[in-house]
Write a protein that binds this ligand. Structure first.
Ligand SMILES: [Zn+2]
Length: 113
């Protein structure tokens, strides 16, 4: 259930930004969720409405999840591949030695007023 604490943090960030900008409604909250974080986007949608239920700041807010693929570059043959799909192994040469290029982050990408 790491999704709840991550989402909690994201809501706090959004609240702070809204306060700094003197706005009382957030229209869109976009979260970037990397495939390699292990977070399941479906949980965010489920918990978000519960989390902000009594918070007027989010009463008209739409949650947008931007999924980022977990890409890696093979250290052996330099093939670019999707980590999840290939179970962390280069589909070309079978090596597990790799450099992760993306998909490890969870962050607030955009807050729309
Ligand atoms: Zn390879």
């Amino acid at each position: 259930m790491h999704e709840i604490s991550a989402l909690n943090e994201a809501v706090k960030v959004a609240e702070r930004v809204a306060k700094e900008n003197n706005v009382d409604k957030i229209k869109i909250l976009t979260l970037e969720v990397g495939e390699l974080t292990g977070f399941l986007p479906v949980f965010f949608e489920k918990y978000f409405s519960m989390l902000v239920e009594e918070n007027p700041l989010f009463s008209e807010c739409e949650l947008v999840i931007d999924n980022v693929r977990g890409e890696a570059l093979c250290d052996e043959c330099h093939a670019l591949y999707n980590v999840m799909k290939n179970e962390g192994r280069c589909p070309k040469c079978g090596s597990r030695s790799k450099t992760i290029l993306g998909g490890q982050d969870f962050k607030v990408k955009n807050i729309g007023f």
